[in-house]
Design a protein around this ligand. Sequence first.
Ligand code: AMP
Length: 302
Amino acid sequence: MSILVVGSVAFDTLKTPFGERQKILGGAATYFALSASFFTQVRVVGVVGEDFTAEHEAVLTARGIDTRGIEHARGNTFHWGGEYGENVNEAQTRFTELNVFENFVPKIPEAYADSRFLFLANIQPELQLDVRRKMPRVALVGGDTMNLWINIKRTELLRTLKEVDILLINDGEAKLLAQDNSLVRAARKVLTLGPRSLVIKHGEYGATIFFGDGSHPFRAPALPIAEVHDPTGAGDTFAGGFMGYIASQPKLTPSVLKSAMFYGGVMGSFTVERFGPERLLTLTREEIEERFRVFRNLTHLD
Ligand code: AMP
């Protein structure tokens, strides 16, 4: 089963209490694709510039990711500067250089038309909607967004949300979107905007899924980690594990959704151990299963 992801393929310049890195491979679609590739076939739609080399692309293709939907445009790749203080859950944006992203119009290769799953990673909501409409036959649509779009493109975002099945956002974004400081009330409100399920990520404290049909929410843990070297991409990696696991299963049942929440947490916990997507490049399926057992033991009551 294939997942198509549309989103940023980027260079990130990062500063955390553990060090600094200049222009390393990043972007929401990159983290999502690498993470989901451990579970299923992944296809990427995005745009990069002339500074994006064959070696950068090989990081994705080495994991079997289909990159034919990554357009190579004139100019520089999207470049994001982020910094984290002692609070690992909160990134401060230092700069955003849109570069080739500015005039990006997503083009979906013919070969991607049969994708069963679609993930709208964090980009302008109009572009998300455009891709959603170009993929009418997908079985399930996941989506993400960020404070920036909730603040400056609310109308466009609300239009996009009507066509998203599962929205994955963090606590702050959920409260901002619902304009309500109670997380539970915010979740209920967001579930009236379109999505049938809502995954709220709590950074280092795990994630909760809320359901539109009124069934009980379910919370998955995060692994208590002593040294978070770089939280960048944790959310997208979570989404990749979550959607990737769902795509690998024959049917979407409540139990599959719960396991998907655990796999999302497992994948996120690996990413933050190293800078950028580094840890995902050496990861094995055995390590993922081993950590899945650790996650189970963390919350299992005999
Ligand atoms: P996360 O830490 O999972 O929320 O996502 C981090 C990734 O989002 C980084 O790799 C950035 O390149 C990417 N990013 C940051 N700002 C934006 C933006 N405005 N649009 C698209 N992607 C972004």
